[in-house]
Design a protein around this ligand. Structure first.
Ligand SMILES: [Zn+2]
Length: 237
C-alpha cells in the first residue's frame, strides 16, 4: 500500500513537473526574451492545498457580454480562460469551483435577469466557503485604440487591492503590456462576496489586434497563467 502510494506520488510529480516545463517553455517561446522568469519554482508544489477558489467566467447564455468586430463574444473567451485558470489552480492543489462550466447564464430559465445572475454567483461563493474569487471578463470601449488587461478590486477592500496589485504586473508581463495599473471600483460581485475578489478584464474586444490575440488558445493560456502567478504571489505574501 505504502509502496503503491509512493509510486503514485512519484508518477504524479513527474507528470506535473513535465507539464510545468511545457507551459513555461510555451510561454517563453511566445513572449521572446521578455521578463526574467526568476528562480525556478515548480508551480505545482501544492501551494494552494486547503484553499478554495471560485473562478467566475463573466456573462454566459442569454448574455454575451461585449462583442468584438470579428464577432468574438466576451462570454466565450471568458469561459475558455476561466477553464484554463481552474486547471492551473487545481494543479496547485486548490479546490476550485467554477460558477459556470458551459455557455449558460445563472438566472432563472424562464426570465433570466442580470441581478438574479449575479446573486447566484455570490451564492456560489458563499456556499463554497471560498477564500478567493477571480472573475474573468473582457473589456470594450468606444475608443478602439484602448488596449491591455486590467485588474479591478472593490474600493476600500485592502485584501482585494493587494490581490489585484499582485495580478496586474503578471498581466503586463505575460500579455500585451499596456502599463495599466490595478484599479478600484464599485462592483456588485466584489461588494457582496465578502472575500478578496478581483475582476480581471483580460483585454479590449474593441481593439482589433487585441481581439485577434484574445481568440488565440495560447494567449488565453498565458492570461490564465498570469492570473495564477499573481494569486500565488499574493498568497506567498
Ligand atoms: Zn463583462
Amino acid at each position: 500500500m505504502r509502496q503503491s502510494r509512493f509510486i503514485w506520488a512519484v508518477t504524479t510529480a513527474a507528470l506535473l513537473f513535465s507539464l510545468v516545463l511545457n507551459v513555461d517553455f510555451a510561454i517563453a517561446r511566445e513572449t521572446g526574451p521578455g521578463p526574467s522568469p526568476g528562480p525556478f519554482r515548480p508551480a505545482t508544489a501544492w501551494e494552494l492545498t486547503g484553499r478554495t477558489i471560485v473562478v467566475d467566467p463573466g456573462h454566459g447564455g442569454t448574455d454575451p457580454g461585449a462583442v468584438g468586430s470579428r464577432g468574438t463574444l466576451e462570454k466565450d473567451v471568458a469561459l475558455a480562460i476561466s477553464k484554463k485558470l481552474a486547471y492551473f489552480f487545481q494543479q496547485g492543489g486548490a479546490k476550485v469551483v467554477l460558477t459556470r462550466d458551459r455557455d449558460r447564464d445563472l438566472g432563472s430559465p424562464e426570465n433570466p435577469t442580470k441581478v438574479e445572475d449575479l446573486q447566484k454567483r455570490v451564492q456560489i461563493v458563499h456556499e463554497a466557503k471560498a477564500d478567493l474569487l477571480i472573475s474573468v471578463h473582457l473589456n470594450h470601449f468606444s475608443d478602439r485604440s484602448e488596449y491591455g488587461a486590467q485588474a479591478f478590486y472593490q474600493r476600500g477592500s485592502a485584501e482585494g487591492k493587494k490581490l489585484a496589485e499582485r495580478i496586474q504586473p503578471q498581466l503586463n508581463a505575460f500579455l500585451i503590456d499596456s502599463g495599466r495599473r490595478a484599479l478600484a471600483g464599485d462592483f456588485y460581485l466584489c461588494r457582496n462576496a465578502k472575500i478578496p475578489v478581483v475582476i480581471v478584464e483580460v483585454g479590449f474586444l474593441s481593439h482589433p489586434e487585441e481581439e485577434r490575440k484574445l481568440r488565440e488558445d495560447v494567449y488565453q493560456t498565458k492570461a490564465a497563467w498570469a492570473i495564477y502567478r499573481g494569486v500565488i504571489d499574493y498568497l506567498r505574501g
